[in-house]
Design a protein around this ligand. Structure first.
Ligand code: BGC
Length: 364
């Protein structure tokens, strides 16, 4: 996937939208082809992956309630934990057969949905990729997500900031973790983080003790906590018998907590560990001084933006987008609506979650 930098003006515009929580249209262009509109009673399908992190759990309920409140007939499905890919393929096929006019997909496997989205298009449905891009197909109309490259950059910067706050100068010993190789986001997060970390590895400020800097070596199969934990266990044994481990790049909160569990079990001091998703347990961990950072990607705003797309399409308008260059899926550049992620540490947690009734109490 090629990634181009989006303009500062565009970022500022999206920031305004995100901060105000509204979904006013940006002027940057349009994505999904405008159908002639469709009857509100038609089904809007939402196919989500298995519940590998809290954001997916939240999204399901928000889609169910939000589509209903907007007067749509929603059909929200999750892939199961073990037969994830096949489950999702079957769920999308059923949505197509049942006449869904829009199908929103959080891909269980970004590269395995070509047949199903083609069938959706052949039946006249519009396909929106939600959070995760769908790869190697022309049959995806638009993409709605937080700016994934920016997420990675913020994680990389947080790791550096956290290390400096603990010890003014390096070298610092670190390890790198990335997400599932079946999720298109994993590479974008990792590339974003490495855009910040690579120069510091090159100049010797950061030392990756294991030498494992390739995404194939750092990947965490299926985004599963136990896989990150066992890799951390192995790294501690192989590399950190006597030397200290100062920091760990973790792509999300679930994996961050697994890494911290591993380090604690080994009786070592907790390194600076990054995260993503603002999961309740990680916000608690941050407030307790264990996990260093997370990313706020408010699921309410993302689902709201996806539902706004459905509303516009239903009315015969084009789906709103604000980025038409960053997300090449291997076949085409998918027009996207990107929201702005926010870095959260103990220092700004109270302010960052002030408007979140579930998380705000955890920061007091
Ligand atoms: C999402 C992350 C999430 C991860 C694991 C990614 O595609 O963008 O927010 O932590 O999947 O579920």
């Amino acid at each position: 996937m090629r990634r181009h930098v989006i303009t500062t003006a565009a970022i500022a515009a999206i920031a305004l939208l995100t901060v105000s929580g509204c979904s006013t249209r940006s002027a940057a262009g349009s994505g999904a082809s405008a159908a002639a509109g469709f009857a509100k009673g038609a089904t809007t399908g939402v196919a989500l992956p298995s519940k590998t992190s809290e954001n997916w759990v939240l999204a399901g309920a928000l889609f169910t309630n939000g589509l209903k409140a907007a007067g749509f007939k929603g059909d929200v499905q999750y892939a199961g934990a073990s037969t994830t890919v096949k489950d999702q393929q079957d769920q999308i096929s059923t949505m197509v057969t049942e006449g869904a006019k829009v199908i929103i997909i959080g891909a269980a496997d970004s590269g395995q949905l070509g047949t199903q989205v083609k069938a959706a298009h052949d039946a006249g449905a519009i396909v929106i990729a939600y959070d995760r891009l769908i790869l190697n197909t022309a049959d995806v109309d638009s993409y709605v997500a937080y700016d994934n490259f920016k997420v990675g950059q913020l994680q990389g910067q947080a790791l550096l900031d956290g290390l400096k706050a603990k010890k003014a100068t390096g070298p610092y010993n670190i390890e790198l973790f990335s997400g599932s190789s079946h999720d298109a986001n994993s590479k974008v997060f990792f590339d974003g983080a490495m855009s910040v970390l690579k120069p510091k590895i090159a100049d010797g400020t950061l030392v990756v003790g294991s030498g494992q800097t390739d995404i194939k070596q750092t990947a965490t199969a299926a985004w599963k906590a136990e896989n990150a934990q066992s890799r951390m266990d192995a790294l501690l044994t192989s590399t950190y018998g006597s030397k200290p481990l100062d920091g760990v790049l973790s792509p999300n909160d679930t994996l961050a907590r697994a890494i911290i569990t591993s380090v604690k079990a080994a009786g070592k001091p907790i390194p600076v560990v990054t995260g993503q998703d603002s999961e309740a347990e990680s916000v608690k961990s941050i407030m307790a001084g264990e996990q260093y950072s997370t990313i706020d990607k408010d699921t309410r705003l993302l689902v709201n933006e996806a539902i706004t797309m459905v509303k516009d399409l239903q009315a015969g308008k084009k789906a709103p987008v604000n980025d038409t260059k960053s997300y090449n899926n291997g076949v085409k550049i998918v027009p996207a609506f990107l929201l702005v992620p926010v870095i959260v540490t103990k220092a700004n947690a109270a302010a960052a979650y002030a408007n979140d009734p579930a998380l705000a109490p955890l920061t007091r």
